[in-house]
Write a protein that binds this ligand. Structure first.
Ligand code: CO
Length: 173
């Protein structure tokens, strides 16, 4: 397995729409396992392929890691689609590996149903609640070029974007 390089704001690729995966083959399976390794190494709970510079509709999630970051229940999704969402919304504090150190509360539907292909290419559905629901919606947003600050007021969004540029600049210097 290989750890992949994360891209961070303001990389313009974060605004691009990812393309569907046509066939789930060994190359795709390799990318998915490398993405999972990268996500664990960065202490993330979700990662979309675009965040490692691959513009394909795939993501990995594990919201059940323990405090030491040991894997819980990893989920790999190819071509995920939201096929249903609850009317009820819920606020949750979100962060993103592409916006290091930034957090804000985002309102989203409390529950969603997702249709996706697993790493064998089999069609599956998942009914997600709580943290899993937040995480899967956040990652699917990435596949459409949307990042979590886009859900905030303009003032909050500007503040996060400014801060992350500062953090990244400090890391380079
Ligand atoms: Co993110």
């Amino acid at each position: 397995m290989t750890q992949l390089t994360l891209i961070t704001y303001p990389d313009p690729r974060l605004r691009d729409k990812s393309k569907p995966v046509e066939q789930v083959d060994d190359t795709i399976r390799q990318i998915l396992s490398d993405m999972l390794e990268t996500m664990y190494a960065c202490n993330g709970i979700g990662l979309a392929a675009v965040q490692v510079g691959i513009l394909k509709r795939m993501l990995v999630i594990d919201v059940e890691q323990d405090e030491d970051g040991n894997p819980g229940t990893p989920i790999k999704m190819v071509n995920p689609e939201i096929i249903w969402h609850s009317d009820q919304e819920k606020g949750f504090e979100e962060g993103c590996l592409s916006f290091p150190g930034q957090y804000a509360e985002v309102e989203r539907p409390a529950e969603v149903k997702i249709q996706y292909q697993d790493e064998q290419g089999e069609l599956r559905t998942l009914h997600a609640k709580d943290m899993l629901s937040v995480c899967v919606q956040h990652e699917i947003d990435h596949l459409n070029g949307v990042t979590f600050p886009d859900h905030l007021s303009r003032i909050k969004r500007d503040m996060i974007q400014r801060k992350v540029k500062k953090v990244m600049k400090a890391e380079i210097e």
